[in-house]
Design a protein around this ligand. Sequence first.
Ligand code: CA
Ligand code: CA
Length: 287
Amino acid sequence: MLKTSGFSTIVALVLVVAVVAATAGAYVFISGQKATASPPYVPSSENNQPTQENIVDNTGNNASVSEEMANIALSSGTKIIDQTGDWISTGDQGDNPSFYPIDFVDIKEVDVGVDENYLYVKATFNGQWPESDNDWPSINGDQITWTEFSAMIDADNNSQTGCLSDGGTEIALEFSMRMNDTTGNPPGAHHGYKTDPSGIEFPEENRYLGDYDLSDNKMIGGPGYNYVTGVYPLENLKLTVGQGITLKMKAESMSERYNHAAFDDMNFLNGPSIVITLGENKTINYG
Ligand SMILES: [Ca+2]
Ligand SMILES: [Ca+2]
């Protein structure tokens, strides 16, 4: 029989604790649930510039980012508060003539934070995104099928440079969810970001050279939550802490009848400019 001294038992226990801690560190913690860690930055197959190696390596680590890390950066960042029930008409043909008050399309607050490696953007809505296909509302017999939040960044505060169709933006961050869609993680939920405007305005999918689809990675928030949080390497975005940027944001949804069943605009189409300094602890009442 193997005899184990008290000392070696302690050593063994310490080793076990260390291994468990190291393993836990390799997971992304999302709302108390463990999700297996894959590097959250994966370029889409359509566009390989820059390469996946660049994306994983250019921050100096494997990009295992927890929601807790995001919340620390966001809590010392900039908070932009939006009204609720502030629907607008875009003037497009596909507009719903009387917008549906879909609470999960209604932006309530956007938080922007940075640490030395990442930009964090969290959008909070007035209600939670559908958790499953059965949760998508039908209003007056019109089935809602899609929702999207976008944050466009005019990184040089010049509306005449960048993607002119997006208002002179150099970066586009996008979160969306579609009914009856089995792809994405969780199913139906997609997020990603675009960089390096090409100068081509149409077709729309050619507007940016850098196109990163993060949908294979577990979304922070999203389905079943009233928020979505995105994490982006500052180096890929060519942004630095302390830089002043202009934000243009919107949330919109589609139904079986309307291209815009509801539309909440935070300066994407109209309204006062939202100019922030990355890393500044400040509250802005957008109104
Ligand atoms: Ca709103
Ligand atoms: Ca610009």
